[in-house]
Design a protein around this ligand. Structure first.
Ligand SMILES: [Fe+2]
Ligand SMILES: [Fe+2]
Length: 166
């Protein structure tokens, strides 16, 4: 019954959503690293892949705090964002605009994650789950730093390169 659902349910469902999303992202980042033309782009995707592994472990700790099994729930939003990224990899392969496109896809992923973690942190706080707040804040800080780094990469090279005619 919908009437019986509370913030606990929302929190658990959203945790499952981001858990699924992070696992999809973990699989996608190596593909993006392979696709990227610049060394900095490759390195940044691989570094975030390693961070993502740690983020998945933190989410598993939050499931543990809840006394629930770590289980993902299909997230169509992240599937769509990743599918768009794959489209860019295909359609811009070999072009000067590829890295700018990859960065834009990666930033769409980061912003999705930032939205989810922002909400989860607020809800964990409301539910009095201080340890969960701390774990989720660590993930959020990594997503924000990654987003910032991608902006810098785009400004420092990828966008100018993309603007030039091949
Ligand atoms: Fe993440
Ligand atoms: Fe991320």
């Amino acid at each position: 019954m919908a009437a019986e659902k509370t913030l606990d349910n929302l929190f658990l469902d959203t945790l499952k959503d981001i858990y699924y999303a992070e696992k999809q992202i973990l699989k996608t980042l190596p593909k993006m690293a392979r696709a990227a033309q610049s060394e900095e782009g490759k390195a940044s995707f691989l570094q975030h892949r390693d961070e993502t592994q740690g983020q998945i472990e933190r989410i598993e700790q939050v499931f543990e705090l809840l006394g629930k099994p770590a289980r993902g729930k299909t997230c169509e939003a992240i599937q769509g964002i990743i599918a768009e990224g794959e489209e860019i990899m295909d359609e811009y392969k070999g072009s000067v605009a590829l890295d700018a496109g990859l960065i834009s896809s990666a930033q769409a992923v980061e912003h999705y994650e930032i939205a989810r973690y922002g909400t989860l942190i607020e809800w964990a706080g409301q539910l009095g789950m201080d340890e969960a707040v701390e774990l989720l804040q660590q993930n959020l800080a990594e997503e924000e730093a990654t987003d910032q780094k991608l902006t810098e990469l785009a400004r420092a090279s990828a966008n100018q390169k993309a603007a030039k005619s091949a």
